[in-house]
Design a protein around this ligand. Structure first.
Ligand code: SF4
Length: 433
């Protein structure tokens, strides 16, 4: 069977799609590009997009245009939360929730044999941890390893605990196996991912820091990056191992969401700005030229102009190099959706734009500050038109380097030369790693 996959949403979803693809291939099916002729379309959805239903309908329609006879299976967070809505989309064959997502390849014949739409959605508490690992595209550049899933927090704006269920984790023994497999598959970078990575806790009681210690002890031939981590879980012990190890790159992604303590309390975040400052400064003093990314939500209910200004002022006072700005949008069944003091959508958008401008300026300043320095660049994607490769340095500088398809995807020592738009032009220094 020819199967075409499409993923919406986060890296974790992409990682899981890649794992499902591998399962289909192991069963003798072939994976084809989404939008080409196919027998089955498999869509892994998300609820973070403002209009998940519109997005999902669009993707189904697009897939069916080139494969009108194909069956359609929709899975992922949106499938878990709104199965009936998806089942009503024309062309959908089956809707599969979180607990059965990773066994679609085993059950596909059953789903396709029915005359009516199958809805297989169970309580998320029944979902167990399923290993997922992916590469970036079909390259051997960067692997994403999911070591943790679900979340036990109850941030008021977030549907993830509803869609993905409680926190659960891969065992340390399995992480060891996966890290070795990534080494034998000759990847150059591995990104540890999870929904609430810093809350990693194995059934044997190991914590997140134990993953860092394990990886450090393994003499791995690639560099490692830590996905997003909550400020209250970035402990001094984690920082000490991170610094000591040399395996983990100087790049932190730590959600803030708001610079107003009142809003943070109302969101039920587990830190205030004082703790955030303490953590981000502790990281920055260990890694002064690190890339630091921050998630911010614009227009959360109750965010007055004063609260927003506090956020802007707060952001001006701490070190970071880029922002991921989300415009707040109501999510069904989350407490925030029912708060009265809503911010008008036009104001939410205006605040989003202001923060994005701030982000671009700070990123440009960061890139400029890096000029003349030597870094390690790993090419990920080739732009055939401009004959240039794009990728990242260890400290998360977006790099462009001249080269064509003959250039190997391996780490290069480069000198950062000049800023071109949102990227930095780099030249090879010559030392192969
Ligand atoms: S920490 Fe909060 S925002 Fe993040 S997944 Fe858990 S509930 Fe959602």
């Amino acid at each position: 069977m020819r199967v075409a996959f499409h993923t919406l949403g986060c890296k974790l979803n992409s990682t899981e799609t890649a794992a499902i693809q591998r399962q289909f291939i192991a069963k003798g099916h072939s994976v084809v590009e989404y939008g080409s002729e196919a027998d089955l379309l498999l869509i892994n959805t998300c609820t973070v997009t403002e209009q998940a239903d519109v997005e999902c309908r669009k993707v189904v329609r697009r897939g069916l245009r080139s494969a009108p006879e194909a069956s359609v299976i929709v899975t992922g967070c949106y499938a878990q939360l709104q199965p009936e809505e998806i089942a009503s989309i024309e062309g959908v064959t089956a809707v599969v929730g979180t607990a059965d997502k990773m066994s679609i390849a085993d059950c596909v014949d059953e789903y396709l044999s029915k005359d009516t739409v199958t809805i297989r959605v169970r309580d998320v508490h029944e979902a167990s941890f399923v290993t997922a690992r992916s590469g970036s595209g079909n390259s051997r550049t960067r692997a994403f390893l999911k070591v943790q899933d679900g979340c036990d927090y109850s941030c008021t704006f977030c549907t993830i605990p509803l869609a993905r269920g409680p926190a659960r984790a891969m065992s340390i023994a399995d992480i060891r196996i996966e890290l070795s497999a990534i080494a034998s598959e000759r990847y150059h970078e591995c990104v540890l991912t999870g929904i609430n990575l810093g809350e990693y806790r194995s059934a044997q009681g190991e914590r997140f820091v134990d993953i860092l210690k394990l990886a450090t002890s393994m003499d791995l031939p690639y560099r490692m990056r830590i996905g997003s981590i909550e400020p209250n879980t970035l402990t001094n012990e984690v920082l000490a191992v991170w610094k000591e190890s040399k395996l983990f790159v100087p790049h932190l992604h730590m959600p803030l969401q708001s610079g107003s303590d009142r809003i943070l309390r109302s969101m039920k975040r587990r830190y205030n700005t004082s703790m955030y400052t303490d953590r981000v400064q502790a990281f920055h003093s260990l890694f002064p030229d690190a890339g630091i990314g921050i998630d911010v939500i614009a227009g959360y209910p109750g965010e007055t102009q004063e609260c927003f200004e506090q956020t802007v002022e707060y952001l001006q006072s701490i070190p970071w190099t880029y922002l991921h700005v989300f415009t707040y949008s109501e999510r069904e069944n989350t407490p925030a959706a029912y708060v009265e003091s809503k911010v008008p959508m036009a104001v939410r958008r205006e605040r989003t734009n202001l923060l994005r401008v701030m982000s671009t300026e700070r990123t440009n300043a960061f890139h400029t500050s890096q000029l003349g320095s030597r870094k390690v660049f790993i090419p990920e994607a080739l732009d055939v038109d401009t004959e240039s490769w794009h990728g990242w340095t260890e400290n998360h500088v977006a790099v462009t380097m001249n080269g064509n398809f003959t250039m190997q995807k391996r780490p290069y020592h480069v000198m950062l030369h000049s800023v071109i738009g949102q990227k930095v032009l780099a030249f090879e220094c010559g030392d192969e790693l």
